[in-house]
Every structure is written in C-alpha cells, then in structure tokens.
Design a binder for this molecule. Structure first.
Ligand code: RIB
Ligand code: CA
Length: 315
C-alpha cells in the first residue's frame, strides 16, 4: 500500500489526541513529524501533551514545538474546555523521546524537503505554524500535497458567534493558508459539531479493553463536561474529522466552496465566509465537510482502538 505521508500539527487538546489515535492506527498514513502549536493551552503545555500522547500511542516521529503565539496579538487558550494542563483527565506516560532541537516550522520544512512524495499537513489547532512555514520556506510549498484542517464554521462560530476557535486565534494565518492555492480539506463546526461521541457510546469504546481505549474514554469523560453544561447530547470531538476526511471520505458529505477569512469586524473577525452561491466568481479553494455518518464515526474509533492491543505503556 502506498502510504500517505503526513505531518500532524495541533494543540493537544483532547480531540487533537483522539485525532492522533486515529492517525497512528491507520495503515494508510505515515506520520513523518508532530508539531505542537499554542492554542488550547500555552505552547509549553501543548508540547508536553504532544510528547506524552506520542509516547502513549507509540508515535516515533520527531516532535517539535511550533508557534508560541499567533502571528498578530497574544495567545488565546481554552482552559475551560481542556483544563489547566490542556489535556486534563487520565494520567499519561512521560515523554519517551527528546524534543527535536528544530523549531516546528523548520522540522516541517525538513520533512517536506526530504520526502520523495507530496506530504499532507493535518492541522487541528490554530494555523500559525502552517502559515509561518509558507512564509519562511516557500521552497517546499510544492511538496505540500494538501492540508486537512479542523477549523472554521460556515454558518456559526463557537468561541464567539461568528468565529471558530482555531481560526479566531490566528485569522491572518488562516487567511494565508486559504489563499495559498494548496488543496484544502476543511472540517469546520458544520460537521464537527455532528461528530458527537455520547456517553451511551462510552461502554462500547471501553469494551475494546485496552489501555488506550480506557484513556480515550477518560479523555471523553473530561472533555464532555463543558459541552454537557452547554446542552450538547455528547462531546463534539472535532479534530478526528481532519484525519478521517483523508482516510474515510465516504463517511462525509462535502461541498467544494470558495471560502475566505474575515480579518475585520467587531463581531466577525476570524469568520470563515463561504460563497455558497458563487457570487464572487472565484474557484472553490476548499472541500468543506458538511455532514458525517456518526455511527460510522464511532465504528471507526472502535476499529482504530483495536490497533493498540498489546501496546500498553508504563504510566
Ligand atoms: O473549535 C474546536 C477546535 O479548537 C478544536 O481543534 C479544539 O481542539 C480546539 O483547538
Ligand atoms: Ca485542536
């Protein structure tokens, strides 16, 4: 099988971590690097979380720290969703490999330069690293085959009425990515808020019966607290959609749309604005996931967790 080489860039983050559970378990993917970005928590915390999740999952690709703040402005964090550590809940193993000495952007550029085939970037946090990669290393842009993101929302926001967290944290970065000309798969709130994992799903996941399954349920139990208070029927586990849009497009319904990023506006900065009716006359720049088969989503999580049998690590 020709594997798809990927770079994981995220802000773990409970749903980033579960996205990485899918990525490591999928034989179609070859994880070439992991880069932590500031987002759900500060960079020091997302970096430590990334290292611990990689130790848990057996991801042996190089890990680096990316951007500690957005291109403009100060970091924005989401401790209300992810806790003080950024990944509160079950205990995790200590890191099992040193952090790369390279800045995240330089590690991404190195992986791209050395790859014999185009590499897909799976970005599940603010897009600061991806934008800075494009600015600092234009020579490797052609080696980026596509970018699959969790971010945005074509009809609503979450961090504020008009904007989703990942895009709102760094709208300028998102603007550069959406204007890069690189093929984009966009999993915004339109689909990720339908990617609900409900308490009624937890027993089936737990029944997989290994350490990783138990930790995933622990993450879900923590992560569900806040959306439950908001009235969600389950945890909107956003980030795995960015992986599954690559590996299982059949569980989604998507639309090819021209999407731009609002940089101004008291209420609209960070909005992802889709030209549903083609009014702008611009060619689509993103395949936007709109619907998901939730039952298949849960099936695929249970299937992915089987991969971790016999891979328990000391905690
Ligand atoms: O808005 C949801 C996104 O923000 C997810 O990627 C979550 O991990 C946070 O980064
Ligand atoms: Ca994330």
């Amino acid at each position: 099988m020709n594997k798809i080489p990927i770079i994981l860039d995220g802000d773990p983050g409970h749903d980033d971590a579960i996205a990485w559970v899918f990525a490591k378990a999928d034989p179609a993917l070859d994880i070439r690097a992991v880069v932590a970005v500031s987002g759900n928590q500060t960079l020091d915390k997302t970096t430590l979380n990334a290292r611990r999740v990689c130790a848990l999952l057996g991801i042996d690709a190089p890990i680096a720290s990316g951007a500690h703040k957005p291109m403009n402005g100060d970091p924005v964090t989401a401790g209300n969703w992810h806790g003080e550590s950024g990944l509160d809940g079950p205990a995790l193993p200590e890191p099992d490999q040193p952090l790369s000495p390279l800045p995240g952007v330089d590690l991404m550029a190195k992986v791209l330069a050395e790859s014999s085939q185009p590499v897909t970037i799976v970005a599940t946090g603010p897009l600061t690293d991806v934008a800075e990669l494009l600015l600092a290393h234009p020579e490797v842009k052609e080696k980026i085959g596509q970018i699959s993101i969790m971010g945005g929302g074509l009809t609503h926001g979450n961090w504020c009425p008009g904007a989703e967290f990942n895009i709102l944290v760094d709208p300028e970065a998102a603007y550069l990515v959406f204007h890069s000309g690189i093929p984009l798969l966009m999993s915004g709130l339109d689909v990720t808020e339908k990617a609900l994992i409900k308490p009624s799903d937890f027993p089936r996941i737990l029944a997989v019966g290994n350490q990783t399954a138990r930790i995933v349920v622990g993450w879900l139990e923590f992560f569900y607290r806040f959306p439950m208070e908001l009235g969600y029927s389950g945890a909107p586990v956003h980030d795995p959609c960015a992986v599954l849009a690559l590996t299982h497009p059949e569980i989604f319904q998507s639309r090819e749309l021209y999407v731009d990023i609002e940089l101004q506006g008291e209420y609209t900065r960070g909005a992802t604005v889709a030209d549903f009716r083609g009014r702008l006359g611009k060619a689509p720049n993103a395949a936007c996931m709109m619907e998901i088969d939730r039952e298949r989503y849960i099936d695929l999580l249970v299937e992915a967790l089987q991969f971790y049998h016999g891979r328990e690590v000391a905690i």
